[in-house]
Design a protein around this ligand. Structure first.
Ligand SMILES: [Ca+2]
Ligand SMILES: [Ca+2]
Ligand SMILES: [Ca+2]
Length: 272
């Protein structure tokens, strides 16, 4: 028989990511009992590399991807940085470019789109092989138009003859909306080397308005102002305008709100 004692176990230096946890116990006769597995996810909040979101139009350096770690700010096939850059991340990067990329790997950048409208992207890339390609998402929606108007196009990266021979490739994008968003670069063909992405505004929308939202928040807890809202796992949700007012545009739950100076407020929102 298993005793009812409460046993505490301190688990230190836990790596970021998702872990399966289960317990094994023995009774007086040495018979083994095993609990079912529970999945625990440990993430740090996803935050822009430079403290504030990268501006669009503007240049985004590939190596300046968000903080937040594997499964949150990026996905890389292995934990080591194969290109010996200074950042201790799984992304394979030098100090000037991301490389050693494989299909299905992705990297995210918190960005601030200054004007709603149509944009083009000019990517500085290299590849030593054929078939290298990538695609872009904004808040997990494709922004490169596909063939025949279907969503989900991609940008081909030509074989430049060497991993260090960079060239530029260009694509027009679906309409971008003013405000803070998360840009995702996903590799759709192995071995893209990516130095930077330049976003140029082609045509601004005539009726460009800044969409903000009110949230239920006590001004004693969080000062009025504009924040980026993150969920309890640190995943960016949207830009919010906090006033001492109530609305129900965010579901009840735990959030992190980050103001424009990078100060983070943990917040419980209760929308009844
Ligand atoms: Ca890696
Ligand atoms: Ca990789
Ligand atoms: Ca770069």
């Amino acid at each position: 028989m298993i005793a009812n004692d409460v046993t505490e176990f301190l688990w230190e230096d836990v790596a970021r990511g998702t872990h399966s946890v289960w317990a094994v116990g023995y009774d007086a006769e040495g018979k083994e009992y095993t609990t079912s597995k529970v999945k625990l996810s440990l993430f740090e909040p996803q935050l822009p590399f430079n403290g504030t979101p990268a501006l669009i139009p503007g240049v985004i350096e590939a190596e300046e991807f968000d903080y937040g770690g594997e499964g949150n700010a990026y996905h890389d096939n292995d934990e080591q940085n194969r290109n010996k850059g200074d950042r201790d991340e799984g992304v394979d990067m030098s100090n000037t470019a991301v490389g050693y990329t494989q299909t299905g790997e992705w990297i995210e950048y918190t960005v601030d789109v200054q004007k709603s409208g149509t944009y083009e992207v000019v990517a500085t890339v290299a590849s030593g092989s054929n078939g290298s390609a990538f695609t872009l998402y904004m808040d997990n929606t494709f922004i490169i138009p596909g063939a025949d108007g279907t969503p989900g196009g991609f940008i081909d990266v030509p074989n430049t003859g060497s991993w260090d021979d960079f060239t530029t490739v260009k694509a027009s994008l679906n309409k971008l909306t003013k405000g803070v968003h998360v840009l995702k670069v996903e590799i759709t063909g192995d071995w893209v080397d990516l130095d930077k992405l330049e976003f140029n505004l082609l045509e601004a929308d005539p009726d460009d308005t800044n969409e903000v939202m009110d949230v239920a928040a006590d001004s004693k807890i969080i000062p009025d102002g504009v924040y980026n809202a993150y969920d309890a796992n640190g995943k960016f949700i949207r830009s919010v305008n906090v006033r001492n007012a109530y609305s129900n545009q965010l579901k009840s739950g735990y959030y992190f709100f980050m103001n424009t100076s990078g100060k983070v407020y943990p917040l419980y929102i209760n929308n009844k």
